[in-house]
Design a binder for this molecule. Sequence first.
Ligand code: NAP
Length: 334
Amino acid sequence: MILVTGGTGRFGEQVIRTLRKLGLDVRALVRKGSHYYWLNDTGCGFFFGDLLDPVSLRRACRDVEYLVVASGLQLESRANNHTTVTVEGHAALFKAAQERGVRKAVMISCMGVDRGLSVPSFDARRGAEEQLIASGLDYTILRAQLHEHFFLDLAWKVHDTGHALLPSRGSNQLQPVASRDVALMAAASLDLADVANQVIDVGGPDRISAHDAFEAACQVVGVQPQARVLPGPAVTLGRKLGRPVRRYAHRLAELSAWFDQDFTVDSAALAARFNIPLTPFRDALAQTNQTYQIMRDPEAREKHMVHPQFYATVYEPGEADWSSLPDGPLPARD
Ligand SMILES: NC(=O)c1ccc[n+]([C@@H]2O[C@H](COP(=O)([O-])OP(=O)(O)OC[C@H]3O[C@@H](n4cnc5c(N)ncnc54)[C@H](OP(=O)(O)O)[C@@H]3O)[C@@H](O)[C@H]2O)c1
């Protein structure tokens, strides 16, 4: 059994689809309010839990051989923040996995977390990496680049509002990676001896500026790349803001790093190491944009949803208590 966290997220969904295509048993740790039913067609099992709830993590890890960690936060909330979830939640998960005898954990982290950039989300992910390494579990940490969803989100923002807000012009060099390629690497990492106990930078095959990546996404969505660039002093001030807007300051700090620093990798060596061809960035944009179009069209969305109210829950006998059970299907509507 492979336990996957963050299965309702952009990387995590691809991880679950990849593992299921390989015919492997997957248990997704999902929160009760999540849109986990989009995974129903994969046939994975669901375990209702939360990184904030260590008891649920112990239960979720029962009879698990491998763990894939794709959970993370883009925007924090008061309870779900980088301290409670990114660092402490993942630490509790690794402890539970270690105690349950899990053989290996593969974690999708983030490129740049080791550069001392004073970006709170990067520092927290680095903290989570350190917890994994210290846990005694065998591990592989994949430090991923921005994926195609990031740029498609910006392009659809232009579509919906007329422009996207960028922290700078973005002349820095990136190698955005296809989320499906990261999922393949995560799956391969489960038993690839060459990547055991390694931390690996992961990027795509195309070296491109952040601004050109934004333009490419706009082209795929079919909009003019209209961007407003935040003035430098506003970015500096924004990054320093304290409560109650700290979560926006943290997010801005991360976005500023992605639009300021170069993040490059030796993609040929990476492809050879995992023995997979890396997807060109524009192909990843075009493929994933098909899903965006389905999700934005209510009729197409309804057609693609498999049993929205079907619960396939994995509970261990004698381990579940009433409070952890879902409410059950809603009454059918006419
Ligand atoms: N976004 C990027 O471009 C990027 C780039 C490089 C690396 N990464 C790395 O990849 C990770 C995942 O990125 P992503 O873009 O796939 O993120 P995402 O789409 O925002 O997904 C995050 C996942 O984490 C889950 N989660 C959040 N809080 C949780 C909690 N308290 N308990 C259990 N699950 C929780 C979410 O579940 P819900 O559905 O319940 O909210 C969701 O499934 C990031 O944290 C980061 O380390 C991301």
